[in-house]
Design a protein around this ligand. Structure first.
Ligand SMILES: Cc1cc2nc3c(=O)[nH]c(=O)nc-3n(C[C@H](O)[C@H](O)[C@H](O)COP(=O)(O)OP(=O)(O)OC[C@H]3O[C@@H](n4cnc5c(N)ncnc54)[C@H](O)[C@@H]3O)c2cc1C
Length: 572
């Protein structure tokens, strides 16, 4: 029988969303709730520490910004798929989070007059990205964790790998998983669960994500019966460093950097004459691939042709003051100094717009389960996210779900009983089936093949033919997955086992993403179909909901919530 651990509230993930939720749940319960904070990595290794450029918020009505403008930019950026009630809530809540972090001691970068600095970001018509140099996520995480330490009511489970979310009769019961250091398997029960487990960008080979971002929470929620929403929309950031894919933040262009082709032209004047390098990411990524395909790129390794991001005209002082991390990354990883030399970049898989479907307060259809941050689809970003809106989303919905789950746990008496049979089945699945399997398929090879086919067929531009090829290959990979082996059979730090479990999650998510993209016969935001190049509002101004079935995803569709802004052609 597995050990059972009991908490009032469980938070699956200790990134920005999870930490913000933990602080809020502690605050609303006055430190009375007993919170379990679970992460498969050490807390400050959560992917959020990588966030670089900034966090969007409307702070300056007196200088020309407004809630309406931030909302309009977000809705237009989303290619009109964002739910507009969600966007309106978001823009009003985001400034509170910036000031709250300020009060908690974050070292926001300041203007000469001492006020919080903001810089331009793509698709925003006002410079509204608040920054802590180009290490914004790191400082936000540090500040939230420092604040959480004031409450003594939480227990950290670092390096604990969650394998399943167990639901019975539409209600949350427990999560299962194992301590990665010892292999000890246990069930954790609580009155509420907040899934804050981040995105799924390592579905792609060329990606900005940490290798730990493998969509586990998405796949576990899906298998537990919670629909995944709008998963076909995967953002490609225009400037991934070639060849590693490390992010070269949009703040480089916000600070005045240029994109140049091999003729030395600022080619964005053809595609977005008004916004140029500060157009939204979907548009710039398509423009870059178009330039490269037309032979106006530079020859890169293994077919990874690239363009130039030129910062040289900004001068060393500005680069050192506003983009020190970028300079360091370029020197360390490609041996160039951006003060003197242009940076080699190309579009790179960066962000999951889709996720676990929630209502406007972050609640899922399952009683007792909420989701927040990148794992969730509260439907803020629609078909294309604007840069700097994600960390803001993590803060806003971290707070909202922290409050909701905190209040729910405070007023709920009973802690659910753990369904022993289901927990035992899960233990057997992981330790008897997967761990002991002696198949012939190498899981590392399978992951390499999966990522190669996602890069090839599910990239910036897609076609029905390519998506069909990808889908049948994924189905085949899933069959081969059943014959994979785990080489290391030991209990302690078994990274082979973790890798296989993550791969299983990625395979399910790839199937949802590709099947959803194949069904969506239009181009909207980040989903650009060469065979259906136009947006089709009549048939497709709607959200995709993917439900798990043993045969693969079943899709339903639901209307996007249009409250104020009717869809129009997007011009920048
Ligand atoms: C390089 C980079 C730079 C970025 N810069 C910006 C920026 O400047 N501004 C902006 O708005 N956005 C930015 N983004 C996006 C933004 O950083 C992310 O969307 C956001 O940080 C996600 O936070 P999160 O809390 O949802 O998830 P994460 O920070 O990814 O945290 C997920 C947590 O879940 C845990 N977890 C996952 N699976 C399991 C499991 N099976 N068992 C146990 N624990 C698990 C992890 O250990 C981790 O603690 C950037 C993204 C990248 C890739």
């Amino acid at each position: 029988m597995a050990e059972v651990v009991t908490h009032d509230l469980l938070i699956l993930g200790s990134g920005l969303a999870g930490l913000r939720a933990a602080v809020e749940a502690s605050r609303v319960s006055d430190g009375k709730l007993n919170i379990g904070l679970v992460s498969k990595v050490q807390l400050m290794r959560s992917h959020s520490v990588c966030a670089e450029g900034g966090t969007a918020a409307m702070l300056r009505p007196e200088e020309g910004d407004s809630f309406e403008l931030h909302a309009w930019d977000t809705v237009k950026g989303s290619d009109f798929l964002a739910d507009q009630d969600v966007v309106e809530l978001f823009v009003k809540e985001a400034p509170r989070e910036i000031l709250q972090l300020d009060h908690w001691g974050i070292p926001w970068t300041r203007r000469e007059d001492g006020r919080i600095a903001q810089r331009p970001f793509g698709g925003h018509s006002y410079p509204r990205a608040v920054l802590a140099v180009d290490k914004t996520g790191f400082f936000e995480m540090q500040t939230l964790y420092d604040t959480l330490l004031k409450y003594g009511n939480f227990k950290r489970y670092d390096e604990f790998f969650v394998t399943a979310i167990i639901v019975e009769d539409g209600e949350f019961k427990c999560i299962t998983g194992f301590d990665m250091g010892t292999g000890r398997f246990c069930a954790m029960r609580a009155k509420a669960l907040n899934i804050a487990s981040g995105g799924a960008g390592t579905l792609f080979g060329f990606t900005t994500y940490s290798q730990t971002v493998t969509g586990d929470g998405l796949a576990m929620a899906y298998r537990a019966g919670i629909p995944l929403e709008d998963m076909e929309f995967l953002q490609f950031h225009p400037t991934g460093l070639v060849p590693s894919g490390i992010l070269i933040t949009e703040a480089c262009r916000g600070e005045g950097g240029y994109l140049l082709n091999n003729k030395g032209e600022r080619f964005m004047d053809k595609y977005a004459p008004e916004k140029m390098e500060l157009a939204p990411r979907d548009l710039i990524s398509r423009s870059m691939i178009t330039e490269i395909e037309a032979g106006r790129g530079f020859k890169g390794p293994s077919g990874m042709d690239f363009l130039h991001l030129d910062l040289t005209h900004l001068g060393a002082d500005k680069i050192n003051e506003r983009l020190p991390l970028i300079r360091e990354v370029c020197m360390d990883f490609v041996g160039i100094d951006p003060v003197h030399v242009a940076i080699p970049v190309r579009p790179v898989a960066h962000y999951s717009m889709g996720g676990v479907s929630t209502d406007i307060r972050g609640a899922t259809d399952v009683k007792g389960i909420w989701a927040s941050g990148e794992v969730a689809c509260v439907s803020l970003h629609g078909a294309n996210r604007l840069g700097s809106n994600s960390t803001a989303e993590c803060l806003v919905w971290g707070r909202i779900t922290g409050e909701e789950t905190g209040r729910h746990a405070m007023k709920t008496e009973a802690i659910p009983n753990v369904p022993d049979d289901k927990v035992e089945n899960e233990r057997k699945r992981v330790f008897d089936d997967i761990l002991k399997r002696e198949g012939r398929e190498n899981p590392y090879e399978l992951k390499r093949e999966l990522r190669e086919l996602m890069d090839k067929h599910v990239g910036v531009f897609r076609t029905g033919e390519g998506l069909k090829t990808a889908l049948s290959s994924i189905v085949e990979l899933k069959k081969r997955f059943a014959r994979t082996y785990v080489k290391d059979k030991s209990a302690s730090y078994n990274s082979n086992l973790v890798h296989v479990l993550e791969l299983e999650n990625l395979l399910d998510l790839a199937e949802v993403m590709v099947a959803g993209g194949l069904a969506r016969e239009e181009s909207r935001g980040a989903h650009a179909r060469r065979d259906f190049p136009k947006r089709n509002d009549e048939d497709w101004l709607k959200h995709t909901f993917a439900f798990w079935t043993p045969e693969g995803p079943r899709f339903e569709y639901g209307e996007a919530n249009i409250t104020t802004w009717k869809p129009v052609e997007r011009k920048y």
